[in-house]
Design a protein around this ligand. Structure first.
Ligand code: NAP
Length: 240
């Protein structure tokens, strides 16, 4: 069976990807900043004996990424899935667009958001490109957001998060072009929809199982020809 590496597997969409891929018989390399505190992930691993290997990984800490890549040097990873992400300090689920207004910028927090949401997926790809290249499926996927669409930004605000997702869109577009040519790897972004997780909050449109089932269909169908697009979880695409 294929292998998927999931970042941010402690909760939310990363945890749901772990559950669904493991239930389908995939080998899951489930990465969390602090596995000892990720009880739901430990339960998911126990529910799928032998299929979920839990590893500590902080995507903002490049030494941590390099350590895991060295530990898994001989692995073949069919899908490298960058789920780890943050909106920064504050609570979008509760505050909505009031969080991240012009005039209230916390620059240190913005830098942390960029380090996790933009540099994180890039560092993961550079560290694991060899493991992906030797797999059968050869895919690198990063969860973006519709809030990164410049064309769809009609309401302003959310400078840190919006800019991080617009930036990671640009990163993944370049990666799609470069890695298709050099390694036959399909790289892309997917917007999961507005999902009821800690980040999306209880008023969001869809639940995590629905979002992840849709994203898995998009990932299954992904080829180097259909890579480098702004996919939605439902198989449609967004304007950049
Ligand atoms: N939910 C939505 O409506 C929505 C919409 C659009 C896009 N997205 C994107 O989808 C992705 C997953 O979102 P979610 O809803 O699952 O969010 P979530 O419930 O807030 O979970 C975020 C995950 O990212 C992990 N994480 C944060 N910083 C990390 C770091 N430095 N290193 C490793 N892991 C880190 C968290 O780990 P800890 O448990 O250790 O904090 C957690 O597992 C994110 O990229 C998000 O931007 C979500």
């Amino acid at each position: 069976m294929p292998t998927v590496l999931v970042t941010g597997a402690s909760r939310g969409l990363g945890l749901e990807f772990t559950r669904q891929y493991a239930a389908e018989g995939w080998q899951v390399i489930a990465c969390a900043r602090d596995p000892a505190r990720a009880a739901a992930l430990q339960d998911a691993a126990a529910a799928a004996p032998g299929r979920v290997a839990v590893h500590p990984l902080d995507v903002a800490d490049h030494a941590s990424v390099d350590r895991l890549a060295a530990q898994l040097a001989k692995a073949a990873i069919d899908v490298l899935l960058n789920c780890a992400g943050t909106m920064g300090d504050g609570n979008f689920a509760a505050q909505g667009l009031a969080f991240g207004r012009f005039g209230s910028t916390d620059y240190a927090d913005w830098e942390r958001v960029l380090r996790i949401n933009v540099l994180g997926p890039m560092k993961m790809a550079e560290a694991f490109v060899g493991q992906v290249a030797r797999s059968e499926q050869r895919k690198i996927v990063t969860l973006t957001s519709i809030l990164g669409s410049i064309a769809r930004n009609t309401r302003g605000s959310l400078y840190g998060y919006r800019s991080s997702k617009a930036a990671v869109n640009a990163v993944m577009k370049s990666m799609a072009i470069d890695l298709a040519a050099s390694h036959g790897i399909a790289a892309t972004v997917i917007h999961p929809g507005w999902v009821r997780t800690d980040m999306g909050g209880p008023r969001a449109d869809i639940d995590a199982p629905t979002s992840v089932a849709g994203m898995r269909r998009v990932i299954d169908a992904l080829t180097v020809e259909s890579a480098g697009r702004y996919w939605m979880y439902d198989g449609s695409t967004l304007p950049w």
